[in-house]
Design a binder for this molecule. Structure first.
Ligand code: GSH
Length: 122
């Protein structure tokens, strides 16, 4: 079973690599602004999780520089996710707010919806 999962995971990564979309290009001033805004975001993810691949493709396509933390390979990231986020589930977007509580957003669809709204993306 774990061998099948491993093979499927590698296949997903291979197909993803072959079909990566072209990232959007922004004017430098706009990209700098976006980069500044993405500094407070972190995605907890697993390398070969299809839902994480979906979110990573979205951030790649939209040239968002979001810090990725692998919660499978790195035990510290895993415990951050479980202890602070509340669930061992990926992908999860950690949103650090300046004047209010940090938000841990689970569900790939919700993460993409948030990023679309935040950065006015289609
Ligand atoms: N509906 C969720 C599904 C996420 C999901 O099932 N993630 C799996 C990895 S592919 C997970 O976190 N499993 C928990 C675990 O492996 O402990 C989404 O779209 O984000």
């Amino acid at each position: 079973m774990s061998l099948i999962r491993w093979v499927l995971g590698k296949l997903i990564l291979f197909i993803n690599l072959l079909t990566l979309p072209k990232p959007i290009l922004r004017k430098k001033i706009d990209q700098d602004r976006v980069d500044k805004e993405t500094k407070n975001l972190t995605i907890y993810q697993f390398e070969a999780c299809p839902f994480c691949v979906k979110v990573r493709r979205f951030i790649w396509k939209n040239s968002l520089k979001i810090n990725l933390k692998d919660a499978k390979k790195n035990k510290k990231f895993k415990s951050e996710l479980v202890n602070e986020g509340g669930k061992h589930k990926v992908p999860c977007l950690k949103i650090v707010k300046k004047y209010s509580k940090t938000i841990w957003l689970y569900e790939s669809t919700e993460i993409i919806k948030f990023l679309k709204k935040e950065f006015k993306l289609s």
